[in-house]
Design a protein around this ligand. Sequence first.
Ligand code: PLP
Length: 356
Amino acid sequence: MTPQHPARAVISRSALINNAQRVAARVAPARLAIVVKDDAYAHGLRPVVSTLSDAGFAHFGALDLETALTVRDIAADAFIFTWVFGETDDIEAALAARLDLGVSYPQILERVAAAAARLGTTARVHLKIDTGLHRAGVIADAWPTFVNRAATLQRDGSIEVVGVWTHIAEASDDADTAAIQRFERAIEQVRSAGLCPQWRHLAASAASFERTDARFDLVRVGAFVYGIAPGDGIGPEQLGLTPALTLSTTVSDVTTRARSVIARIPLGQVHGLYSDAEHHVDVAIRGQRHPVIAVGRTATDIDVGQANVTVGDDVYLFGNGAHGEASLQVWADAMDSIGEEIVIRLARPAEHIYVD
Ligand SMILES: *Cc1c(COP(=O)(O)O)cnc(C)c1O
């Protein structure tokens, strides 16, 4: 840990590879696209992609264009799916990088087709239907018109519809079942328009792991590749997954207060640790768990009771448990959140260290 970093994130390459292999085997013959948005869930985009690409994984999901172009820089031949475009995004750069473009609105379809026509190339397009999440995608009423327009553009040669996709909540089985049915109807309409997309995809971590009927041709998985649990009492170990990231810091000060020893760590609200951690989470020092009692702006106090703790001791927040620390899921539950959010918040300012 260097002075500018409040914490250290140690990332296990073998955990990432093993998790990805486990998910890939589980979803086969569907293909696994590894989602690397948010700096690979704060695990570090470049090291994560090169580790997994070197291990033979060749499908990635990148959310925004900048991330997708970085992935292309590392993985020259990979399938890279990207699906959020801003007004100022350079679609021609996306086409030049041979990205697979998730298209959620008619205006984007037109922008992509126009850019492809200018470049004299054919854009690889995945059409998005909104199957109930109401976040993005074309609603069912507008779908036939959208699909017909795409079929026309495909005949003109500016686009090729290589995929149809949607996103589901994965919060309840019934809602997911309804979304899968809507997705199947949308695919029928695409086929009726004379298109035959190779990639149908809808599931993220939870549904792809649990439901054969959610896998189609491709699944987009982030959380499980990093060993982040789905919650609801299910830990990553139960799925055969290992948390890839262990977050630790160092005791910066030790004081005695009312016969208790208080250890201070240089991590606080400005680093994403909020007061809802107080009395709800424990950290591990010398293999023993001790409660977080007060979260300040830039430092946090731990009540270590009568334990022998000194400045410079390692303090483990969450990880794979090797040093006695709690799991990320315990932190997420205590802070009324989900694992992804906590790790993205707390690991971002940390120094990243990669181990085999
Ligand atoms: C983040 C995201 C995923 C991956 O979700 P996980 O639950 O982390 O597996 C898949 N698809 C889309 C559209 C996403 O935004």
